[in-house]
Design a protein around this ligand. Structure first.
Ligand code: 5RP
Length: 231
């Protein structure tokens, strides 16, 4: 099975958690896109769902495909969000934000009864941190925010290389108008502590650690889809 096949198989397995009448949060990225395309096909066949997008790109794809879109303003409680991830560990902790949509993805997922993560098998890690941690920051005072991020890492006995994310030679701008600093850390043994410390830095809008948000991971493998479910 190719990685793409694994992503697609995981996306199809997510339909066990989607029923007519539900309000569904839509993730961002290539794996989420497999889910969105299949959801649109099933909606044409009668599955009646309303969707909230986690990014402009997802909104465009889903609405172009004819899915009924709604907002968190209208429906602040969603039934389920289906999204991809950059990494997950055995405690259902994630690193997300490779596509830069982490802030809205976290708002949408945490507003949902269930967050179902769909992933290929390369995304499973023993300890988070192989993927550089995206930190979304307000552009004002970015260098001051950067040293506070480094201080938070030191408190956790970690070191990281901070890189301002670029797109086509210019600083990347998120859907919310912020910048992203990617922090290459390596293993993060206590992600919960780092989550708290980063979250308390003025200027940090959010970061890609998702702790206590995801309860189900569907992982496509060469031997079919493996389900991990939080007790
Ligand atoms: C976007 C994300 C994505 O879910 C993550 O980057 C995984 O992407 P893909 O499904 O393309 O591998 O967090 O911000």
């Amino acid at each position: 099975m190719t990685t793409e096949d694994q992503k697609k198989a995981a996306a199809l397995a997510a339909f066990d958690y989607v029923k007519s009448g539900m309000k569904v949060g839509l993730g961002t990225g290539t794996t989420a896109n497999h889910f969105i395309r299949e959801l649109a096909a099933r909606a044409k066949g009668g599955l009646d769902v309303e969707c909230v997008a986690s990014s402009r790109a997802t909104f465009k794809l889903a609405s172009d495909l004819g899915l009924k879109m709604t907002t968190l303003e209208k429906h602040p409680h969603l039934d389920v969000t289906v999204d991809g991830t950059d990494e997950f560990d055995a405690s259902f902790q994630l690193i997300k934000g490779g596509g830069g949509a982490l802030l809205v993805e976290k708002i949408v997922a945490s507003s949902s009864r269930y967050m179902v993560v769909i992933a290929d098998q390369s995304k499973k890690v023993a300890t988070l941190g192989r993927f550089p941690l995206p930190v979304e920051v307000v552009p004002f005072g970015i260098n001051a925010t950067a040293w506070k991020i480094e201080r938070a890492l030191r408190i956790c006995n970690l070191k990281g290389k901070l890189v301002l994310r670029q797109k086509q030679g210019k600083p990347f701008v998120t859907d919310s108008g912020n910048a992203i600093i990617d922090v290459a850390i390596g293993a993060i043994p206590d992600a919960r502590r780092l989550d708290h410390l980063l979250g308390s830095i003025p200027g940090v809008v959010d970061h890609g650690l998702f702790i206590d948000i995801c309860g189900i991971v569907l992982m496509g493998t060469d031997d079919g889809v493996k389900t991990f479910r939080k007790a």
